[in-house]
Design a protein around this ligand. Structure first.
Ligand code: GLV
Length: 312
């Protein structure tokens, strides 16, 4: 039996040697050098290539039983219609990812409040000009699963007033929660920052659209760290032109890498980072991947299985 790693955007030495050490009798193969595809039962993937000589990439693995996303998100697997429905999909659930995300959001909010982006622009022009800091302390966190909840509680610990919004009803003691489309307006009412940690599902696709931006005030900053396609990019440009919100900090995009010439690059009220708010730590995830592989081999239920209906 064997595990295949289908991840092309990073060096996999840590993950493959760590898995090999943890599972010494299992053959760990890295795409595209898969010599024994018929032995593969478990795949770890991140944005796998869809087509291989007109065939689905999955067809070459006749004994495949489960695929784990290397990240918290699994939309690229769920959106792949060529992936047979009997294959179990799992994802990474890791406190480290939630901590990184919370750190990123806090860093962004503090940088905006203390006008660090503006001072950096001024420095480039050798300009000495004190600016007023942004006072706002109200934050709405959209998506309050393990990642959004960590973002919310980190902000609360730093003195922010947080509201949380989710698709279905969730209760948390530390902050007010809202759910469903009908309560979205209440969740974002008068907030200074909206943070989206939402996964991409049929229900969240383009949730951040023209109609949504009308619920904000012209001082609100949007921070999107969930998935690019939760945001309608054209609607954001229109909303900024209409002064419906103040600006946006975007870490995720409909198409990544963001294409050269995209209007976001030069927009004075948009700040861009290249999908780095939370990056899976290969060392940390070895144990949960190896554990799921062993559960699969023992015919036991896997951990962190994705609900294909819900989309996460
Ligand atoms: C990153 O985007 C992830 O899904 O972990």
């Amino acid at each position: 039996m064997s595990i295949a790693l289908i991840i092309t955007d990073r060096d996999l030495t840590t993950l493959s040697s760590g898995l090999q050490k943890r599972l010494p009798n299992v053959n760990i193969q890295c795409w595209p050098n898969i010599t024994e595809p018929e032995k593969v039962t478990f795949i770890v993937a991140w944005q796998p290539p869809k087509q291989l000589d007109e065939k689905s990439i999955w067809q070459q693995f006749p004994h495949l039983k489960a695929i784990s996303s290397l990240g918290a998100g699994c939309d690229s697997l769920l959106g792949d219609t060529s992936l047979p429905s009997n294959i179990t999909i799992t994802r990474i659930v890791d406190r480290g990812l939630a901590e990184q995300m919370a750190e990123y959001v806090l860093a962004i909010i503090l940088s905006l409040k203390r006008r660090l982006y503006d001072y950096f622009k001024q420095q480039q022009k050798q300009q000495w000009q004190p600016l007023r800091k942004i006072k706002g302390k109200k934050v709405a966190v959209l998506g309050i699963g393990e990642i959004g909840h960590k973002v919310a509680t980190t902000l609360i610990a730093c003195g922010y007033e947080v509201s949380g919004w989710s698709r279905s009803q969730k209760q948390h003691d530390l902050y007010a929660t809202f759910y469903g489309k009908q309560q979205l307006a209440q969740a974002v009412k008068d907030v200074d920052f909206v943070v989206s940690t939402l996964p991409l599902t049929l229900e969240t696709h383009y949730l951040l659209n023209n109609e949504f931006f009308k619920l904000l005030n012209n001082k609100t900053w949007l921070i999107n760290v969930g998935r690019g396609e939760v945001l309608n990019e054209n609607d954001l440009l229109l909303a900024l032109a209409n002064n419906d919100l103040q600006g946006a900090v975007l870490d995720v995009f409909s198409t990544e890498p963001l294409v050269k010439g995209h209007p976001f690059w030069q927009h004075k009220n948009i700040i861009i980072t290249p999908h780095i708010s939370a990056i899976t730590d290969q060392t940390t995830v070895i144990e949960q991947l190896a554990n799921n592989y062993q559960l699969l081999t023992d015919n036991k239920p896997l951990k962190n299985v994705v609900d294909r209906q819900k989309g996460y």
